[in-house]
Design a protein around this ligand. Sequence first.
Ligand code: AMP
Length: 393
Amino acid sequence: MTRAVLTLNAGSSSLKVALFPETGDQPLAVGLADRIGPDGVLKLKDATGAPLAASGDLTSHAGAIAAVIDSFRAQWPDLELLAIGHRVVHGGADNTRPVTVDDAVLTDLERLSPFAPLHQPHNLAGIRAAMAAFPGVPQVACFDTAFHRTNPKVSDSFALPRALYDDGVRRYGFHGLSYDYIAGELARRAPHLAEGRVIVAHLGNGASMCALQAGRSMASTMGFTALDGLPMGTRCGQVDPGVLLYLMDQKGMTAAEITDLLYRQSGLLGLSGLSNDMRTLEAAGTPEAAEAIDYFVFRCQREVGSLAAALGGIDALIFCGGIGENSRLIRARICERLGWMGIDIDPARNAANDAVISTDQARTTVMVIATNEELVIARAARAALGLARNVAE
Ligand code: AMP
């Protein structure tokens, strides 16, 4: 019998999947259903990287989940799904850890959809589709916000009238599954650092930073939504709210138009007029691409400074996410103006993408750790079953 847990990460038109064995960190298979709709494509591969045959109705998330399972069943005819773990962007103010989903929980999570209208409905649609397809299998929701619920009140509020805080207008923070993984991995690799003041820079198409004190989130750059903080592929990052008032009052833009502007037309794409993709910008060589990179780097430097102030100092800076894990240029550029906080990276180590890229003399350790949100979800799904005997070797 192949006993396994499935992880699902449902976006607006995509579904990222991974199949993990009952124990162990290596997935049996990973894959992505992309452009769900009339042009949907599904790519799955096994642990060796060999493609798995995959086809089916990719016009909906439910169809994509069925296609994924059909493919896995063809590969492992004795497959028994023990649990399904789901990434859910918003857990609200009260969910501090993963929860097993039933109808009441689902109703509760639906109430949070207005806080994350572009993500939450898709995440919940994925859960609903999985519940219908596998009625007896526990469904576990893992929240991007949960990790930040340790933030002190100064970190999770805005200077708005108090009643709005009680209405849920707070800084929730996101990318929590990634930070959870990095905190655990740091504790395994460098326990003395994990006990200290650490800034994690999750730099990918979505980008944020988190300040950790002894492994607990104290502050992060994302706020009420995943728009705040650093500039991202197509999201604006920090912007003066007065700009939005101007766009509404003077430019007559609707909420839907502003949403599109802030989420899809801004960030690296908006600044460069070329691409949301850092690799493309690094290769482009145009003044606009260079300006977009300069802005990204500058904002990263400012946020490291801000989070270090929130922590009262810094012992380690950790890069993760597609840009953080791969871009030597961006890491070097961010670090080059942070010498005043004891950051000094070794160019050879950075070029080699070493796990530790700071010099031996540097006061602050700089590391690169590949994040693994899927594993965090799989562990949560196992834990919900009382199977939490997976310990990273
Ligand atoms: P993610 O959302 O974490 O998958 O990260 C996607 C981002 O990582 C995109 O902007 C990619 O261009 C960027 N990225 C991936 N590999 C590299 C690389 N070798 N150099 C620069 N950027 C990279």
